[in-house]
Design a protein around this ligand. Structure first.
Ligand SMILES: NC(=O)C1=CN([C@@H]2O[C@H](COP(=O)(O)OP(=O)(O)OC[C@H]3O[C@@H](n4cnc5c(N)ncnc54)[C@H](O)[C@@H]3O)[C@@H](O)[C@H]2O)[C@@H](O)CC1
Ligand SMILES: Nc1ncnc2c1ncn2[C@@H]1O[C@H](COP(=O)(O)OP(=O)(O)O)[C@@H](O)[C@H]1O
Ligand SMILES: [K+]
Length: 461
């Protein structure tokens, strides 16, 4: 996993105070990192348009213009006059060299967006919106310096933002780069070291970006085993039975030894999935909520109160009975609409889905502060998995998953690992990675995936 930081100003400050580095040295490394990327990936003499704002993000861009000068065909576009001390200094240096300035933006081979970085502190004005929209129309290779201009330090996107092919971010990864709203603008992300190696620049954190290698698949080490060794999952099926059946199939394909669907009506199940009317005696995990609809309250209450590890999904997020499970081993997997309902039920916030999406990390933290034992998996374009003060982000999902049934597969995967004795946090992390990496392995196209394809891909991981 890679570390995430809500802000990096304090990390810059630590470089000045503890390592006696200066702002100038840090900025030189920022610009040099961008210069190296361009030199490694683009031939000499390519045209580079660097679009700069008045602060230190702009200063990074002006320093880059100096470093690229003579090897590349560099043009500097100053959207506003250099205002910060560093921007003025970098401008003086670039001018002394004779770096070319342009009054109009154009479709260069490469465009570098150095308009706004972490200092964006209000909504964009019309001229900035017009400029960013114009740049977005160009077919150039687009690089954002630090963060795409228009994305602010909570990950909120202003009226518009720069669509980068690549974001070269300074020093360390920022949490807010991984909100759902910022996802379309980032492109690839690379970190540029600022005068010290990244692990020196970074300090301790409780927030992490998951990597592919963080997945722990349920490989079987024990030779002397039987089906009971790998758990018995009970999936509750309610009025929309399909949801439970999809989850059951996903769980079986992900290694659970025995899977039963609990339903009072008779079901048409594949032969390897069993049906039961009540919780089985040897049950090692429960999945409940998906397609549950109206269910006997007393029965649900009894299930939520038992000590068997559980994954809770969907319909139960609209019923305050769900709170009964919060002191137990439990994974909650709401999508944004369900999480908004959960926040209301729990008296944490009464907000709209848009308000949640504009500040996903904030509300996840609020929830986990109140219920530190719960593992929360908030679905979305970037999935947030959290417990207590720890936060893990899975960025591997894509629009291929925007389909009914995708969440039921995820619930089945989490349940499968819970049944196989993973801790709730480990189950949520590995199941979420399996879900998104399997989706990424589906190569036909990005629209035709159905739940059984996803389960098939999970089985091939
Ligand atoms: N030690 C440092 O301070 C370092 C800073 N670095 C760069 O500095 C950036 C931060 O620089 P700053 O704090 O100067 O901030 P920015 O350059 O990101 O933006 C601040 C400037 O934009 C203006 N502004 C903010 N919101 C606006 C809006 N909506 N419309 C119009 N103007 C607006 C402000 O008045 C200010 O002039 C980082 O993102 C990074 O690129 C890097 O060079 C690394 C080292
Ligand atoms: N654009 C996207 N990018 C990444 N993941 C996505 C995207 N759209 C949907 N997903 C994922 O697909 C799943 C959808 O779950 P959900 O909405 O509960 O579906 P259902 O209840 O129909 O099964 C979640 O895991 C979500 O994170
Ligand atoms: K920028």
């Amino acid at each position: 996993m890679q570390k995430l930081f809500d802000e990096v100003n304090s990390l810059d400050k630590r470089c000045y105070e503890e390592f006696s580095l200066s702002e100038d040295i840090l900025m030189e490394h920022a610009a040099n990192g961008m210069c190296e990327y361009i030199q490694d990936n683009f031939e000499d003499k390519k045209s580079v348009l660097i679009v700069c704002g008045s602060g230190n993000n702009g200063a990074d861009g002006i320093a880059l213009a100096r470093l690229l000068y003579s090897k590349y065909n560099v043009s500097l576009y100053l959207a506003s006059k250099p205002k910060s001390d560093m921007a003025k200094l970098q401008y003086k240096r670039a001018k002394a060299l004779g770096v070319k300035e342009t009054n109009e933006v154009f479709e260069a081979d490469i465009i570098v967006d150095s308009l706004f970085g972490t200092g964006l502190n209000k909504e964009l004005k019309d001229d900035a919106i017009k400029l960013i929209d114009t740049l977005n129309e160009f077919e150039s290779f687009k690089i954002s310096c630090d963060i795409p201009s228009g994305v602010n330090n909570t990950g909120h996107v202003s009226t518009t933002a720069f669509y980068a092919d690549l974001t070269l971010t300074m020093g360390a990864l920022k949490t807010f780069l991984y909100t759902d709203n910022a996802k379309d603008y980032l492109g690839k992300v690379k970190v540029i070291n600022l005068g010290v190696q990244r692990d020196v620049y970074e300090v301790n954190t409780t927030k992490f970006l998951l990597q592919k290698k963080d997945i722990r698949l349920p490989h079987r080490k024990q030779k002397n085993s039987h089906k009971g060794t790998y758990g018995h999952l009970n999936v509750f099926a309610g009025c929309k039975k399909g949801a439970g059946i999809i989850a059951a199939k996903a769980a079986f394909g992900f290694g659970t030894g025995l899977v039963s669907v609990v339903c009072h009506e008779s079901l048409d199940l594949p032969y390897h999935i069993m049906q039961t009317h009540f919780l089985t005696k040897n049950c090692t995990a429960i999945a409940i909520g998906m397609g549950l609809g109206k269910y006997e309250t007393a029965e649900v209450r009894e299930i939520l109160r038992n000590d068997i590890p559980k994954i809770i999904d969907a319909d139960l997020f609209y019923d305050e009975i769900v709170i009964e499970s919060f002191e137990k081993d439990v994974v909650l997997t709401p999508h944004p609409k369900e999480f908004v309902s959960l926040l209301k039920i729990c008296n944490i916030a009464d907000i709209t889905i848009d308000e949640l999406q504009a500040d996903r990390f904030f509300y996840v933290e609020k929830f986990c502060k109140k219920y530190p034992k719960v593992v929360l998996l908030l679905k979305g374009a970037n999935v947030i998995i959290a417990q207590d003060e720890y936060i893990y982000v899975n960025r591997y999902g894509s629009a291929v998953l925007s389909k009914g049934g995708s969440g039921d597969v995820l619930a089945g995967l989490v349940a499968s690992l819970l049944a196989q004795n993973y801790t709730p946090l480990d189950a949520a992390i590995s199941a979420s990675l399996a879900h998104t990496l399997a989706a990424a392995n589906y190569k036909k196209n990005n629209y035709s995936l159905i739940p059984s394809d996803l389960v098939e891909e999970v089985r091939k991981l």
